[in-house]
Design a protein around this ligand. Structure first.
Ligand SMILES: [Zn+2]
Length: 256
């Protein structure tokens, strides 16, 4: 049985689907999702945002690049874990001896504790990407907190410790949801380099975006779930040796 409906459109952080059931593809509204994503991205870019005052941070002070200097990159994968693609990504990372961060959705994580343990056992970091992938900033504060808390509980049940990093779907934090994340022991993490792999532009395009956009300190956004991630897996296999050849170290972001 397939994990997802073949041909189901994907998004940057696509709406979550019940993981164990096939759901009919939802085409309506995808354009709005894509548009919305770009609006959020530009709103969170921080260029004109008075909150973007600390180096490496954007709106609300969310970290978007690694602190310090040097040729270091942090790879992050959102929307998983996925029973196929996450394991394929783990294999690529293992082949090159590098670590990454996986921001998991609770509804995917709760029924795959062994996969969560595999991620952690291989030295990767597990972050919180909410339970059902909503726009946190549009939820009542109690519901937003519950999205984060339930996911942290699911991760803790699987691997023994709750996440210390959180990423809001679409990067759409608010002051209330950031406070909730911090009260739950998590720091928010954004990104500086979006591979746009969610749109499935092709392995070559994803690779070009990653290799051309790589800068010291970049935090790279990619996806291991939320749709067919075959292109992401292939691009990672192509890019990782080249990034390492350029002298980049692939690192985990700081917890705070
Ligand atoms: Zn997402």
């Amino acid at each position: 049985m397939s994990y997802e409906t073949s041909g189901t459109p994907s998004g940057p952080c696509p709406p979550r689907r019940p993981p164990r059931r096939l759901v009919a593809g939802v085409a309506a509204g995808l354009g709005l999702i894509a548009l919305n994503r770009h609006l959020v991205a530009s709103a969170s870019a921080g260029a004109d945002d008075p909150a973007a005052t600390r180096e490496g941070t954007g709106a609300h002070g969310v970290r978007e690049t690694l602190p310090g200097t040097g040729r270091r990159l942090a790879l992050t994968f959102d929307d998983g874990p996925h029973p196929a693609y996450t394991r394929e990504i783990l294999a690529v990372l293992r082949a090159h001896g590098v670590r990454a961060t996986f921001f998991v959705a609770g509804e995917n994580a709760e029924w795959q504790p062994a996969l969560l343990r595999a991620i952690a056992d291989e030295g990767h970091l597990i972050g919180n990407h909410t339970w059902s992938h909503p726009r946190l900033d549009r939820l009542p504060p109690a519901d937003a907190r519950d999205e984060l808390a339930r996911t942290s509980d699911a991760v803790a049940r699987a691997v023994g410790t709750p996440p210390v990093l959180a990423r809001a779907p679409y990067g759409a934090w608010s002051a209330d949801t950031l406070r909730a994340a911090r009260e739950l022991g998590m720091a928010p993490l954004g990104w500086s380099l979006d591979t746009d792999d969610w749109a499935r532009p092709g392995t070559t395009a994803i690779s070009r975006t990653l290799l051309d956009g790589a800068r010291p300190g970049a935090i790279v956004l990619a996806h291991d779930g939320g749709g067919d991630r075959t292109q992401t897996v292939a691009a990672l296999g192509y890019c990782l040796p080249r990034l390492l050849d350029r002298g980049y170290a692939l690192v985990l972001p700081p917890a705070g």
